[in-house]
Design a protein. Structure first.
Ligand SMILES: Cc1cc2nc3c(=O)[nH]c(=O)nc-3n(C[C@H](O)[C@H](O)[C@H](O)COP(=O)(O)OP(=O)(O)OC[C@H]3O[C@@H](n4cnc5c(N)ncnc54)[C@H](O)[C@@H]3O)c2cc1C
Ligand SMILES: NC(=O)c1ccc[n+]([C@@H]2O[C@H](COP(=O)([O-])OP(=O)(O)OC[C@H]3O[C@@H](n4cnc5c(N)ncnc54)[C@H](O)[C@@H]3O)[C@@H](O)[C@H]2O)c1
Length: 443
């Protein structure tokens, strides 16, 4: 039996944030990982996706400037792009494990199973700790339909050696729209099936429709009120029967209908940790129903967005709580979110549907396409909705559709969280001409 102060199950961004911060505070920590060190984000999520997306962004910029300085737009070379992506993903697991070891954190390889509230078993070896943090993340949900074994997931997409001629994505959420855009821009024929008429339902409806229209113009074929009823393999392709009984033929079919928490197989029911199909139940201190066991990140039942910076935030919070430097309940700042497609759609704080009836707020709808920042790159689809509290003048929410949406929304996030009033913006001198210097035109 090995004994440490704190065991963390899962080495994703959440688990690692907790591990490093706790070790820095002098705690004896061990991290258990059953798969790749570093978890979803750097191995099969945000980072490889952003490497592929970087090429699409470059191509988009050139497409906008076709006949304005560029005669042609180069095609994406998928295998070269994948080789480039692998220079990022291949070293991740080894480097992440080495980083933990160098920080004095014990690394344990294998699947953790609880024996009791202080003991886990990994590969027949028992480990004991005063406190245990569950940070096991999520995995893709697979629709339970005939032929479901033919489904692939985002992980398979991000490892595709060759670009298929024809691809079907089931689901119209973050993953589907980001990967469908990468595939269509790289030359595939892409179909997206969505079971109602409102994809990206957490985002502003009007700007989502503008995004979908743009993605349609780029070649993605959307099938609304449709899902996959069955999939069968025939020779070198798949037949996908849709809800309407239409049959689509494709070389690969990806299920992107959401993700489910990794909670089964931990023996949680035996030790009294409550969970549902949505994840582990925690209180406002991220404490489970067993008082020495905590949980964080994607595996939580909570309604917080399932994003890398949210998991890391919760990891850092738990490190402060468990090292005694903080006792308060967790308090989240406004959390921004983004779809990395063409163009980007990002938002923070309140959005249109939440303020329409409320006299307290006013909303500006702005077409930014004629602003120099966008016009000099010949970018034609740039829109923003900005919501302000009438009494205080404080920004309370914003949605932006455009190539610079990430920069603008990050600035807005800072302004909302720090309660920056418009006068303060005009007291600053920013680099010109940039997205940041545009802020003074908004006020
Ligand atoms: C395709 C894709 C793109 C994404 N893009 C973005 C993005 O652009 N921006 C963003 O913010 N977020 C993005 N996300 C979400 C982001 O990856 C997750 O929110 C983040 O990784 C969650 O971190 P986590 O630590 O909670 O869990 P994870 O990163 O999932 O880590 C959990 C770890 O626990 C391990 N584990 C599970 N069970 C056990 C066990 N019993 N024993 C030991 N180890 C176990 C797993 O192997 C895994 O390594 C994306 C996700 C996907 C799939
Ligand atoms: N840029 C980012 O930050 C980013 C990128 C990718 C993933 N993520 C994270 O990963 C999570 C999972 O992404 P996701 O795209 O798998 O889930 P999601 O919940 O965003 O989207 C799934 C979509 O599939 C639809 N759907 C469900 N069942 C269906 C069916 N039977 N047929 C057709 N459509 C169906 C849902 O209505 C939903 O719109 C996200 O919620 C997010 O937290 C974040």
């Amino acid at each position: 039996m090995e004994i440490v102060e704190i065991i963390i199950i899962g080495s994703g961004p959440g688990g690692l944030a907790a591990a490093y911060d706790l070790a820095a505070k002098g705690k004896k920590v061990a991290v258990v990982e059953t798969d790749l060190w570093g978890g979803t984000c750097p191995n099969r999520g945000c980072d490889p996706k952003k490497v592929l997306y970087g090429a699409i962004e470059a191509q988009d910029n050139l497409t906008q400037l076709k006949h304005h300085g560029f005669e042609t737009v180069p095609a994406i070379n998928w295998s070269e792009l994948m080789t480039f992506k692998e220079t990022f993903t291949q070293p991740v697991s080894g480097e992440q494990q080495q980083g933990l070891i160098s920080a004095g954190i014990q690394t344990i390889k294998g699947k953790a199973i609880f024996k009791d509230r202080h003991t886990i078993i990994v590969e027949n070896q028992e480990y004991q700790a005063d406190q245990i943090i569950i940070a096991t993340g999520q995995r893709p949900a697979i629709l339970d339909i005939p032929g479901k074994e033919n489904f692939e997931t985002s992980t398979d997409f991000l490892n595709m050696k060759e670009l298929p001629e024809k691809i079907v994505f089931v689901g119209g959420g973050y993953i589907s729209l980001e990967l469908a855009n990468i595939a269509t821009s790289s030359g595939s024929e892409v179909h997206v099936l969505h079971h109602n008429t409102r994809p990206l339902k957490g985002f502003d409806e009007e700007l989502t429709i503008a995004l979908i229209d743009n993605l349609k113009a780029r070649g993605i074929q959307f099938h609304f009120n449709e899902s996959a009823e069955s999939i069968s393999k025939e020779n070198d392709h798949y037949n996908i029967v849709l809800t309407s009984k239409e049959i689509l033929l494709a070389d690969r079919v990806f299920c992107a209908t959401g993700r489910i928490p990794n909670v089964e197989g931990l023996n949680l029911e035996e030790i009294g940790v409550d969970f549902t199909h949505k994840g582990i139940v925690v209180n406002d201190h991220l404490q489970t129903t067993v008082d020495n066991i905590y949980a964080l990140g994607d595996c939580l039942q909570k309604n917080t967005p399932k994003l890398t910076p949210v998991s890391s935030f919760e990891g850092s919070y738990l490190a402060k709580l468990l090292s005694g430097t903080l006792q308060e309940a967790i308090h989240y700042p406004e959390i921004p979110t983004i779809i990395f497609s063409s163009p980007k759609l990002a938002q923070v704080g309140l959005k249109e549907g939440e303020v329409l009836e409320n006299e307290k707020y006013e909303q500006q709808n702005i077409d930014l396409s004629q602003w120099f920042t966008y016009k000099h790159l010949n970018e034609s689809l740039v829109k923003a909705k900005i919501i302000t509290d009438k009494d205080t003048g404080l920004l309370v929410g914003a949605t932006v559709l455009g190539n610079e949406a990430e920069q603008l929304i990050n600035l807005f996030t800072l302004m909302i969280n720090q309660k920056v009033v418009s006068d303060k913006i005009n007291e600053m001198i920013m680099l010109y001409p940039t997205v940041s210097s545009d802020l003074s035109y908004l006020y």
